[in-house]
Design a protein around this ligand. Structure first.
Ligand SMILES: Nc1ncnc2c1ncn2[C@@H]1O[C@H](COP(=O)(O)OP(=O)(O)OP(=O)(O)O)[C@@H](O)[C@H]1O
Length: 272
């Protein structure tokens, strides 16, 4: 069975219908990226998965004993508060020195344990947040725009680390990003969200889907060709409707997809 199976999910925040009829499943070891415009419900979906926002329709089925590691979009730490990385990683649960060092190494930041949190660069800070998630020994890692504020090389390095981590530990990854070409290149599967799932499939399929192009334009594909990663492991495609068996049709989209589903190369790629 999948690690996570979401069916017909609905979430309302205040008066706003943030998610409607969302279906998604994640299998062990796969890397799935959620893309979508601002306000399209990406963070809300991750929060629903960890139980941080209430759902009002559908189901979220987690594999028995599923451990989730969550890297939030933002985490504010008072810069006046003296705190080493080691101490930060030992809150709220006490962690041994070796455990902390191992998690930092897995997050690609082996030498940060004794640094002050306030002194870290943006990229180092994100790696510490990743180490914190790794400490949970997650089966599923959720990343919400984890490279916000990093330059393109920093982002690409961060996502390479995610790929390595996933390959080494077997954890699945579900991540949200606006850096379309970088993050899509590191993904096995991409889900384009706009309150509902507009289209889904391999990065190449999604980048050429009319629904995706209507939202983002068409320039991503060339970059994809440059960045696309190679991997030699397989994934069980199962029977989920949001998965590969539909791909021969070129792309898949939900019946309630009601935005402009047409090729429109004139839309600026504001999110790249
Ligand atoms: N507490 C709230 N009450 C009402 N509406 C909310 C609340 N929180 C979020 N929203 C709205 O829900 C929608 C989805 O928000 P969400 O943060 O999930 O979007 P997002 O796709 O992650 O956006 P971004 O790319 O800008 O981070 C947005 O329109 C947002 O304004």
């Amino acid at each position: 069975m999948s690690l996570l199976e979401i069916k017909g999910l609905g979430v309302t925040l205040g008066e706003h219908r943030a998610l409607n009829h969302v279906d998604l499943s994640i299998d062990r070891g796969e890397i799935v990226t959620i893309v979508g415009p601002n306000g399209s419900g990406k963070s809300t979906l991750l929060k629903a998965i960890i139980g941080a926002v209430p759902t009002d329709a559908g189901t979220i089925t987690r594999a028995k004993g599923l451990r989730i590691g969550y890297v939030p979009q933002k985490l504010h730490i008072d810069p006046a508060l003296p705190m080493t990385v080691r101490r930060f990683l030992s809150l709220p649960k006490r962690r041994g020195t070796n455990e902390v060092r191992a998690a930092l190494a897995e997050a690609g930041a082996p030498d940060l344990a004794d640094r002050q949190m306030a002194d870290l660069s943006g990229g180092q800070f994100q790696r510490v947040l990743l180490a914190r998630a790794v400490l949970e020994r997650p089966d599923l890692l959720l990343l919400d725009e984890a490279t916000q504020g990093l330059d393109q090389i920093g982002s690409a390095n961060f996502y390479r680390q995610i790929e390595t981590l996933s390959a080494q530990t077997g954890c699945a990854v579900l991540m949200v990003s606006h850096e379309l070409h970088v993050v899509m290149s590191a993904s096995d599967r991409v889900v384009c969200l706009n309150g509902h799932v507009c289209c889904h499939g391999t990065p190449e399929i999604v980048a050429s889907a009319p629904e995706y192009r209507a939202l983002f334009g068409s320039g991503t594909q060339g970059a994809l060709a440059l960045y696309r990663h190679q991997h030699d492991h397989g994934h069980d495609d199962g029977n989920d409707p949001a998965r590969a068996p539909e791909l021969p049709r070129g792309h898949a989209h939900t019946p309630d997809c009601n935005h402009a589903a047409k090729h429109d190369d004139s839309i600026p790629e504001a999110n790249q």
